[in-house]
Write a protein that binds this ligand. Structure first.
Ligand SMILES: [Zn+2]
Length: 164
């Protein structure tokens, strides 16, 4: 049996990371479970993120840590829990549960479709105000009714700004 922590949970493929340590140059990097603390800044605030069991590549020779895609995803999930922000997966699931396309939801929220797409892929993290709006929209049909009033198929004049 392969150690499940060495498999990328998203792709089900073996995790790929450099076996060579960036610090001591030995080929001694392997997946280890570490306690990890960091400070992350988002939307004008700092968040203390503590991950007791982070699975990440670590050098058995000098102790150097590196972060592969899987570790980055895990850190992102802990950060979002700390900052109380919806995860990309959750945003997509809630939208799909309502039978909406990205375009429809983006129109209702008056944001660019590209912005919503970035939130759903995790490339961009939504601001707190938008996170609140998303939660209200997903949780309450009155909020949805309020925001979808303006939705029309011929409303081509609206050109939402792409948030960066
Ligand atoms: Zn090393």
């Amino acid at each position: 049996m392969r150690n499940p922590r060495v498999v990328n949970e998203l792709t089900r493929m073996p995790r790929s990371f450099s076996k060579r340590c960036a610090k001591c140059r030995q080929r001694t990097m392997s997946i280890a479970t570490i306690s990890y603390d960091t400070v992350m800044n988002h939307d004008g605030r700092s968040y203390q993120v503590h991950i007791p069991n982070l699975s990440a590549p670590k050098c058995s020779n000098c102790g150097e840590i590196s972060f592969d895609v899987v570790a980055d995803i895990e850190i992102d999930e802990f950060f979002r829990a700390e900052a109380k922000l919806l995860t990309p997966r959750k945003i997509r699931e809630e939208r799909e549960k309502l039978g909406l396309t990205q375009r429809e939801l983006a129109q209702d929220l008056d944001i660019a479709e590209e912005t919503l797409s970035r939130w759903e892929t995790g490339i961009q993290i939504q601001q707190r105000a938008f996170d609140k709006l998303l939660r209200g929209y997903f949780d309450d049909e009155n909020v949805r009714a309020y925001y979808s009033r303006a939705r029309t198929s011929t409303d081509d004049l609206r050109r939402p700004v792409v948030l960066t």
